[in-house]
Write a protein that binds this ligand. Structure first.
Ligand code: COA
Length: 358
């Protein structure tokens, strides 16, 4: 076949048929296994969502996640210095590489939660907390990080995990599919996907979003601060998306989950003020970006309210990207299974623009 198309960044190129998720960037709609993201995120547990993605039932998914959390804990003494890494994604990638080849997909997902929590505690000089095999996954993850899991905070975290479980052919999912397409194993695909998710253009944005909110501090400072960032040639984190030309529907879901958390009595006292500030900064960011890029709609993406939600449930900001991986790993596993069943070696072409010999 002669290659005639060159698409920088592969934008708009369809690389696979999938039953897992559909991203409609014009209308701002995300479908997850036949359900709108709002419907799923605010009504089902992470295990129930995993069951949809991995063709099993909720009880089995929950049991497999728990086995995975225990497997991760059991491995902690055998993963060398993986959790000494300063960056949580580096730690998660190194720890995941130690998982056995025969681990089931949801066991891998469960183990990542234990690794992420243990890394976070190690950074704080605290020992890891053992998993609870009968706890709900989001609840147990929160407890393994913080030592306690208030039900409202655990529910909000669960809504986050479901919201970001899968998202079309995003960069890390594509990475997992490329690795799988070569005939390689699940753990290799997950390790590679963690590496792709680490980048600030993909999963690395929520920590910097919180830094931005801290630096702005007051709604009145937002516009000048944001203009300064753009003038310095920097991107506004949590804004813009490759596919969405309207506001990312996941931002609205997370905002609603935050609203519920705010209405509960156990919310950390800072979250209410932070949500108000975030809304003001979002409006200001939309405004300055519209002036600078009238040709391209740049609206809030999922990372914007991820930062506020994960902070409100009591996760440290260094754990935001690893927590994204803890959720997205389920989507990666489902794509790996789909790729194995229907896929072909993924091998695009390149156009040679170098020197010719002689
Ligand atoms: N802040 C400032 N400018 C932005 C921007 C942002 N957040 N997002 C896009 N732009 C600008 C680019 O600088 C570019 O302008 P130029 O042509 O003058 O250089 C133009 O918009 C198109 O950007 P491009 O990089 O081609 O878009 P993309 O589809 O590749 O980018 C993202 C999508 C998500 C990578 C991009 O919007 C971004 O970097 N956002 C910030 C990081 C982030 O929040 N990531 C999480 C994604 S869920």
């Amino acid at each position: 076949m002669t290659t005639t198309i060159m698409v920088n960044g592969l934008e708009g190129v369809i690389a696979a048929d999938t039953r897992l998720s559909d991203v409609d960037g014009e209308r701002g709609r995300l479908i997850l296994c036949g359900h709108d993201v709002e419907e799923l995120a605010l009504n089902v547990s992470f295990a129930e969502a995993c069951a949809l993605f991995l063709d099993t039932n909720a009880a089995e998914a929950s049991a497999a996640l728990a086995r995975g959390r225990l497997l991760g804990f059991d491995r902690l003494s055998r993963i060398g210095d993986a959790l000494d890494a300063k960056d949580g994604m580096d730690a998660l990638r190194a720890a995941a590489a130690h998982l056995p080849d025969n681990a089931a997909p949801l066991e891998v997902v469960g183990a990542l939660a234990t690794f992420a929590a243990a890394w976070s505690r190690r950074q704080a000089g605290q020992p890891p907390i053992a998993p609870d095999a009968v706890a709900e996954h989001a609840t147990d993850y929160l407890r393994m990080v913080r030592g306690s899991a208030p039900p409202d905070a655990a529910r909000a975290l669960g809504a986050y995990l479901v919201t970001v479980i899968d998202h079309g052919m995003n960069a890390s999912t594509f990475t997992a599919r490329v690795v799988t397409s070569t005939g390689s194993d699940l753990v290799s695909a997950i390790v590679a996907a963690i590496g792709a998710l680490k980048g600030p253009l993909h999963g690395g944005a929520p920590g910097p979003v919180l830094d931005m909110l801290d630096a702005i501090a007051e709604p009145a400072n937002a516009e000048a601060w944001l203009e300064g960032e753009l003038a310095a040639g920097r991107r506004l984190m949590g804004m813009g998306h490759r596919i969405y030309r309207v506001r990312d529907p996941r931002a609205a879901v997370l905002e609603r989950a935050l609203g519920k958390l705010e209405a509960s009595s156990v919310r950390p006292s800072s979250s209410g003020g932070r949500l108000t500030l975030a809304r003001a900064v979002e409006r200001a960011a939309e405004g300055v970006l519209a002036k600078r890029h009238p040709e391209r709609a740049l609206k809030a993406n999922v990372e914007f309210y991820t930062a506020v939600l994960l902070d409100a449930v009591g996760l440290p900001r260094t754990l935001f990207s690893p927590t994204f991986a803890v959720a997205r790993a389920a989507g990666w596993c489902a794509h790996v299974a789909e790729q194995r069943t229907h896929g072909r070696l993924i091998r695009p072409a390149s156009r040679y623009v170098g020197k010719m010999p002689g």
